[in-house]
Design a protein around this ligand. Structure first.
Ligand SMILES: CC(C)(COP(=O)(O)OP(=O)(O)OC[C@H]1O[C@@H](n2cnc3c(N)ncnc32)[C@H](O)[C@@H]1OP(=O)(O)O)[C@@H](O)C(=O)NCCC(=O)NCCS
Length: 204
């Protein structure tokens, strides 16, 4: 029998381990990043965990009959979120993960640990019009069913209710599928970088 397409619901704290797993399984240009990390939690510490911990009302989870299969995580105010990270999130992780040199074995733990120690914050020129930012990831079995679009719409509605004027995100230029998805869902390119693109969505 084909899998049920999935239901979107608000975040519950018991979702956190699944969010970390999904983050890893979609973390290499949209595909499985397991082989890149000795510590399977590292990517989640940056791109999944802090958002629902800082503000659980802006995380939405897709579940099918087997459990969580995708999520959208966000902050309404990137500048305040960065202050929160400095106060509440990074200190414990910096102590847990001292900086490391590249072991030259193909793993990238040292890269993510470097970001934990020196977080590159949002481009300040964007923050007046697009103060929110987000990350979205769906496991392969939940992709291509319209759930990504529905997650963006669900988050956009929650942000509009708070009067947030816009949303930005970063995407790796190699992730052509995600760039196509963001373009179809209304995002426009704001900047190009050596690592990828910044895209924005106007919510007004
Ligand atoms: C990118 C992602 C969030 C898209 O979600 P999704 O549920 O698969 O996309 P949807 O089914 O809602 O598609 C919405 C629109 O985007 C288009 N789209 C989605 N994925 C696409 C792809 N790979 N190539 C081209 N178009 C795509 C769809 O055709 C659809 O267009 P339409 O509604 O105008 O017909 C999801 O595939 C995913 O999580 N991928 C892996 C992780 C990832 O890359 N995350 C983003 C990191 S920045």
């Amino acid at each position: 029998m084909p899998a049920a397409p999935g239901t979107i619901r608000p975040f519950h704290p018991s979702d956190l381990p699944a969010l970390y797993r999904i983050c890893l399984l979609t973390g290499e240009v949209g595909g499985d990043a397991t082989r890149l990390y000795r510590d399977p939690d590292l990517l989640g510490h940056l791109y999944a965990g802090p958002y629902p911990v800082a503000d659980p009302t802006l995380t939405f989870v897709v579940v099918d009959e087997l459990g969580p299969v995708g999520y959208i995580v966000a902050t309404a105010d990137s500048a305040r979120f960065e202050q929160w990270l400095e106060r509440q999130w990074w200190p414990t992780l910096r102590a847990r993960y001292p900086e490391r040199v590249d072991p030259h074995d193909g793993t990238e733990d040292h890269v993510v640990i470097g970001r934990i120690h020196e977080w590159a914050g949002a481009d300040e020129s964007l923050l007046d019009r697009f103060p929110a930012h987000m990350h979205i990831d769906l496991l392969p079995r939940a992709q291509g069913l319209g759930l990504g679009r529905r997650l963006v719409e669900t988050l956009s509605a929650a942000l509009r209710e708070r009067g947030v004027p816009g949303l930005h995100l970063g995407v790796d230029s190699r992730n052509e599928g995600a760039i196509a998805f963001y373009t179809r869902t209304g995002f426009v390119e704001a900047a190009r970088h050596d690592w990828g693109r910044t895209l924005t969505l106007d919510l007004t």
